[in-house]
Design a protein around this ligand. Structure first.
Ligand code: ZN
Length: 468
């Protein structure tokens, strides 16, 4: 039996995840994510494909991040007819993310049309609309963790927890064809031990071939415990001087993790009794999906909250702000408070108003808890530039800026090595490395070779053939 592997996205880069496995006459696709980055290049990459969707038998989705699920409606629109397999929580989160993306695409195009009176910019149609999303959603078959499920003749899929975001899964393919057997594992995006809410990543059972991610293949993170103590200290110090804590955060996962930790700190009286506002409609919607999937929670969450019938995402001091007027009311706040808002990189959304109103007051703290890409307002704040522009107006950055990098949802290289320590390099035939920038991948590859793992960095479009 021959197995063929290739990738058309997230090979030597970190977005656009699209991996393929051909076993005999069956072709499976793992993730169908969008590329993210500079507008023109990514738009081209998202529209021009080197594969035929009608030739794919089934799609397996590891998790709901946009760079893993973002092009699924387009796949269906372009002729994919098979089933899409994923976990129940990923199905729900992906629906939210895709709908949000369709709305952003639509309003971006309306904006361009309005500001392009001479027609000198070629305006393309959105990649997909709400109707395309509905068609894609109706092809999804949800499978819980640890339930083997047949997806093609001789091929069974099992999802194991990846501990990355709610519903995130590692994929285990058990193949038995013409009397021959093989096992293939995909970590998807691999999470970390001790992240709030989520279980620690599971270990895949003895695969012959393993696909691992390598986003932070050359980096190390602080521990979550360290960050929790630091967060308590930042909240306490800022409120003692009468200031507010402004936290730009992604609406899905990071916001819920922060709410969870702040809730624990409040229960343990480690922070003063100040109001907390989650000011992002998307975060509020995502939080209801979290609440609907307690099957994804870890033991600590059960112990701390569910056992006592307490909601991890709701407590007295916490307010979810839905409408715009309520959001504007927050500008009048004079007392210490915590405001969590989106977008995570401060490029759009309500966070801009909160920054504008609070950035010049030295009593306030802006807390950076997520990745800030180059050229974003978030990066300028993280770099502590003296002045920054918000809505075209220059503001002095007088507020204190603090950075906590421990909430990363991706394993660092020590955590990847720790995960791999459960595998026997003599049994594991090969590790294929995906989802990483070349520098991180080269660094991690050396570490893996030191541990005697045969390792290949996947190149985009290149076909790798394994004989079983
Ligand atoms: Zn991810």
């Amino acid at each position: 039996m021959q197995i063929e592997f290739y990738s058309w996205g997230a090979a030597q880069e970190v977005t656009g995840s699209k991996h393929f496995v051909t076993i005999g006459d069956t072709t499976l696709m793992i993730d169908c994510g969008a590329f993210q980055g500079k507008r023109e290049i990514t738009d081209k990459k998202n529209r021009e494909w080197n594969f035929d969707p009608s030739k794919i038998d089934a799609l397996i989705l590891t998790h709901a991040h946009y760079d893993h699920c973002g092009l699924i409606p387009l796949l269906v629109k372009r002729g994919f007819k098979g089933n899409i397999y994923t976990t129940p929580a990923t199905r729900d989160l992906a629906g939210l993310i895709l709908t949000d993306s369709a709305h952003i695409q639509k309003s971006d195009i309306e904006y361009l049309k309005k500001h392009n009176p001479d027609n000198n910019i070629v305006i393309k149609e959105p990649l997909y609309n709400d109707e395309d999303i509905q068609k894609a959603m109706s092809s999804i078959i949800s499978i819980p963790y640890n339930r083997p499920f047949p997806i093609a003749p001789g091929i069974t899929v099992t999802f194991l927890d990846a501990g990355h975001i709610l519903g995130s899964a590692q994929v285990f393919l058990d193949i038995e064809k013409d009397g021959e057997k093989s096992k293939i594992g995909f970590t998807g995006d691999l999470g970390r031990k001790n992240l709030p809410i989520l279980r620690d990543p599971d270990i895949l059972p003895d695969p012959d071939f393993l696909f691992i991610e390598s986003t932070y293949g050359n980096r190390l993170h602080d521990t979550v415990d360290f960050a929790t103590d630091k967060l308590a200290d930042i909240i306490t110090r800022t409120s003692a001087r009468g200031g507010k804590i402004i936290i730009p955060a992604f609406s899905i996962e990071r916001t819920q993790e922060l709410v969870y930790i702040i809730h624990l700190l409040a229960d343990q009286k480690k922070i003063p009794n100040i109001p907390i506002y989650v000011d992002s409609p998307m975060a509020t919607n995502a939080t209801s999906i979290f609440s609907a999937h307690p099957e994804c929670f870890d033991e600590e969450t059960r112990e701390n909250f569910l056992k006592n019938n307490k909601n991890p995402f709701g407590f007295n001091q916490l307010h979810y702000v839905q409408d715009r007027d309520e959001s504007k009311e927050l500008n009048k706040l004079r007392e210490p408070a915590i405001i969590i808002s989106a977008s995570g990189m401060c490029e759009s959304g309500r966070i801009l108003h909160h920054l504008k109103n609070n950035i010049e007051d030295h009593r306030n703290t802006i807390l950076v808890v997520g990745f800030m890409a180059e050229n974003t307002l978030g990066r300028k704040i993280a770099d502590r530039q003296k002045t920054v522009k918000i809505f075209g107006v220059e503001y002095k950055l007088n507020a204190e800026v603090k950075i906590l990098n421990a909430f990363s949802a991706h394993a660092d290289y020590n955590e990847i090595l720790d995960y791999l320590s459960s595998f026997d390099p003599n049994k594991l035939k090969k590790i294929y490395m995906v989802h990483g920038e070349p520098e991180a991948q080269e660094f991690l590859k050396l570490k893996l070779i030191e541990k005697n793992f045969r390792t290949t960095i996947m190149e985009p479009g290149k076909k790798y053939i394994e004989n079983i």
